[in-house]
Design a binder for this molecule. Structure first.
Ligand SMILES: Cc1cc2nc3c(=O)[nH]c(=O)nc-3n(C[C@H](O)[C@H](O)[C@H](O)COP(=O)(O)OP(=O)(O)OC[C@H]3O[C@@H](n4cnc5c(N)ncnc54)[C@H](O)[C@@H]3O)c2cc1C
Length: 494
């Protein structure tokens, strides 16, 4: 009989673990609490429109990369995948001026220098390092701790220019990088896409993913990609159980023996892979007994280990909207809890015809939220929460119309959601989109994909490697299966 691997959580990490377990010759069962799998890589329908809520860019769309091979194995993308026709990362608007990070970095360089000649040398330095960072790739062949000297030499050669990027931007955060510029618009361009506490190199690498042709949006969006992965899992013989919340991991004599569902059913397994948020694994599923000290410390210190979430609103609008792609714009201050925000981003999904009826489009706004904001939302009663969401959605609509007068009378509210939505729907710690924010000077949390004190229990999901995101989630599932293979002294090439 084949060994059975049981997987708790059916996000991209769990689905990847399932597919690689089947590939390695195991039986695989996934238990997902929601009616549909996919976790944060999700989209949903409202009033005849589709709200796409994940992929702003998928790293690994360059078919020459190992990550592309991984996505292909998962059924996420292949040689025939079509991509959205977008030509920019994002635009910032301030006082009637616009600055854009184009996919064409040379165009970006030219335009930014013309816009802010006082910052010419800093702009040129930044774009030069974006060129260097285009060689950056995420190691997905095997976990770092299983890599030998040869693997490291190969990785070093393929990313020969990355040390230059790390040297220039590895020790400063985005606030400090922004301070190198004089133009307020340039400062905004640097600081507003990612949390300003992020190490500056994360921003350089993210932009380089696009300029290097390795970060596209697959047509159909997040839900369509998730459904392709689910289909791949099922077509290989995997069994996916939805509406099946896991209550705990069964641990006997220091080893995982299976899982217990909320309905009391016990499922035995040869090995268990947890692909739920690590805070849930360490807390609810293991009862707090096996939480590593440094992780417990991180959960207790949101200043050193913050997470980012968002207050998002989706509107339907006419296609006549002049804004293209993602635009950040300065606005009249809007208060959420004790904090005031003077910046909103709006993304026009007009590039995807299947998301809206003919002649209309979906606009999605976002205000970044952090641990403190999550706690504010958490403090509200059910009625207060509902009312506050509605008030804020109205406030955001007013500000959108002020910035883009052509939207007057043409916006229809589709939905709005908060960090609590991600907590409720995915069990996401403080509503986090990604893993902990990597701050310069703060010790990076390590996770070797196992739980000390519990044999046959493995960890997948975006939290095992910073900064998280879809590529980490996808690779983590493969890594968990490789750890099982290694324990059985079998080849890990899958
Ligand atoms: C708005 C937004 C935009 C994003 N944009 C991008 C982007 O452009 N590019 C990118 O790379 N990444 C992006 N991300 C991040 C990406 O979505 C995540 O990194 C990834 O989906 C995480 O996958 P995961 O499997 O680790 O976790 P999750 O998706 O959280 O999966 C965990 C699963 O476990 C399930 N679960 C929880 N508790 C239980 C339980 N008790 N029993 C059973 N199941 C349980 C959950 O329902 C969920 O399905 C974005 C995220 C958000 C929210």
């Amino acid at each position: 009989m084949k060994k059975k691997i049981v997987i708790a959580g059916g996000g991209i990490g769990g689905l990847s673990a399932g597919i690689y377990a089947l590939k390695a010759g195991y039986d695989a069962e996934i238990y997902e609490k929601n009616p549909v799998a996919g976790g944060e890589c999700m989209g949903w329908n409202r009033k005849g429109f589709h709200i796409d809520n994940c992929i702003h860019w998928l790293t690994g769309t360059d078919s020459g990369t190992s990550l592309w091979q991984l996505w292909k194995t998962l059924g996420a993308i292949d040689e025939n995948t079509g991509y959205a026709k977008t030509d920019k990362f994002y635009t910032c608007r301030l006082d009637g001026k616009e600055a854009t990070l184009w996919k064409d970095r040379d165009r970006t360089e030219r335009e930014l220098v013309a816009l802010a000649p006082e910052d010419e040398s800093e702009i040129r330095r930044m774009i030069q390092h974006v060129r260097f960072a285009e060689s950056c790739s995420i190691p997905v062949e095997k976990p770092l701790d299983m890599m030998g000297v040869g693997d490291y030499i190969k990785m070093g050669k393929s990313m020969a220019n990355m040390p230059k990027v790390m040297k220039e931007y590895g020790d400063i955060d985005l606030n400090e990088l922004a301070e190198r510029f004089h133009s307020p618009l340039m400062k905004m361009l640097i600081k507003d896409y990612m949390p300003a506490e992020y190490t500056a190199y994360s921003f350089i690498v993210s932009y380089a993913t696009m300029t290097g042709g390795n970060g596209e949006i697959p047509l159909g969006g997040s839900l369509a990609m998730t459904n392709r992965i689910i289909e791949r899992f099922k077509s290989m013989g995997g069994r996916l159980f939805t509406n099946a919340p896991v209550k705990s991991i069964i641990v006997e004599k220091g080893a995982a023996k299976g899982i217990e569902l909320e309905n009391g059913e016990k499922i035995t397994a040869g090995a268990v892979i947890s692909a739920v948020d690590t805070s849930l694994l360490y807390g609810r599923l293991l009862g707090g007994a096996y939480t590593p000290k440094d992780w417990a410390g991180a959960y207790g210190s949101s200043s050193d280990y913050p997470v980012m979430s968002g207050f998002q609103v989706a509107f339907a609008a006419d296609n006549g909207f002049s804004g293209d792609g993602t635009i950040f714009f300065g606005c009249d201050p809007i208060k959420i809890g004790s904090r005031s925000f003077d910046m909103i981003s709006v993304k026009n999904y007009g590039y995807e015809k299947s998301f809206a009826p003919e002649g209309r489009t979906v606009l999605q706004t976002n205000i970044s939220q952090y641990d403190e904001d999550y706690l504010y939302w958490k403090s509200l009663s059910k009625e207060e929460y509902k009312a506050r969401k509605q008030e804020l959605a109205d406030g955001i609509a007013k500000r959108l119309i002020k910035e883009f007068p052509e939207l007057d009378g043409r916006l229809e509210l589709l939905d709005c959601w908060t960090p609590l939505t991600y907590e409720r729907y995915c069990g996401a710690y403080h509503g986090a989109y990604m893993a902990f924010i990597t701050k310069p000077g703060v010790k990076k949390l390590k996770c070797d994909g196992t739980v000390r004190g519990v044999k046959d229990l493995y960890i997948a999901g975006q939290w095992i490697m910073s900064p998280g995101g879809l590529p980490v989630a996808a690779a983590s599932g493969k890594f968990a299966v490789q750890r099982i293979l290694k324990k059985e002294k079998r080849p890990i090439d899958i």
